[in-house]
Write a protein that binds this ligand. Structure first.
Ligand SMILES: O=P(O)(O)OC[C@H]1O[C@H](OP(=O)(O)OP(=O)(O)O)[C@H](O)[C@@H]1O
Length: 267
């Protein structure tokens, strides 16, 4: 029980006292064994993610809570209804989008409040756009629109072409994209081939690598290595890093075919 020193005090005050794991909240009541398993699993996951984030400082995993673990539990469950899959995916996507927007540059701005006081705040970055990788990436467009009024959203279609790897089939991007920060949208990062092709295209169009933030729900370590080695200045914001890829290049444990499950074409 190497985690005993974390787990034991947790039941005294229902919150892990370690500063490093303050996001781990123990639910009141219920089965203590289940709670311990959850904490151990949570800490292991966080340690694995922590290592990757140390190797690649531009990889950000949104702060995990049991709400987020709960949403992942639901969308990864093969028995979940389509309606619930879409609902909880949308909730997670919104969190990732909000977190990703937090990495955009800002300028300082002062305003006057109704009390006549000066509040020193910030002004949002205005030159940005979204780019979704068809088709799964399109599931993230609504959350981006809900956060950024009137945002331009470009599209890229990358398709597997037999054994020749993935080929770029279609692209439609804002004409002035090179002047914008780009939020690249795709919920799943597996081998990283699709993301790399999309990023390569953006760079060809003149977008600086450091102006691209790739937003996704689930990343495989292999995909993170593949993208971050090639594009070290790009940021990745994800909600969980999974264990690995299997021999069919599917993310494990993963959630299956996101696009089919989200758009209802898996029947
Ligand atoms: O990192 P990679 O190995 O390139 O795999 C990731 C890609 O696979 C999934 O899309 P998929 O090809 O299943 O198409 P879909 O979005 O139409 O479902 C996912 O949405 C990514 O685009």
């Amino acid at each position: 029980m190497q985690y005993a020193k974390f787990v034991k005090p947790a039941f005294d005050d229902f919150v892990l006292p370690s500063k490093k794991y303050t996001d781990v909240i123990i639910p009141r009541g219920g089965d203590n064994h289940v709670a311990i398993d959850l904490i151990v699993q949570h800490i292991r996951t966080k340690l694995g993610q922590h290592d990757l984030c140390k190797i690649y400082p531009n990889v950000y995993v949104i702060q995990s809570t049991f709400q987020i673990r709960g949403m992942h539990t639901l969308i990864r469950d093969k028995e979940i209804s389509k309606h619930d899959f879409v609902f909880y995916s949308d909730r997670l996507i919104r969190l990732v989008v909000e977190h990703g927007l937090g990495h955009l540059p800002f300028t300082e701005k002062q305003i006057v409040t109704p009390t006549g006081s000066v509040y020193t705040g910030v002004d949002f970055c205005k030159k940005l756009c979204g780019v979704s990788i068809i088709r799964s990436g399109e599931s993230m467009e609504n959350a981006l629109r809900a956060c950024c009024k009137g945002i331009k959203i470009g599209k890229i279609l990358i398709h597997r072409d037999g054994d020749n790897g993935k080929q770029l089939i279609y692209e439609k991007l804002p004409k002035d994209i090179l002047e914008r920060h780009v939020l690249l949208l795709d919920p799943v990062l597996a081998t990283g081939n699709s993301a790399n092709q999309a990023i390569e295209l953006l760079i060809q169009k003149g977008v600086p690598e450091s102006h691209i933030i790739f937003l996704n729900l689930i990343s495989a370590p292999e995909g993170i290595h593949c993208v971050c080695k090639r594009f070290p200045s790009l940021k990745i914001v994800t909600s969980e890093i999974d264990h690995s890829l299997n021999e069919e290049y599917r993310v494990i444990p993963g959630l299956g075919e996101f696009g089919d499950r989200y758009f209802g074409t898996d029947d």
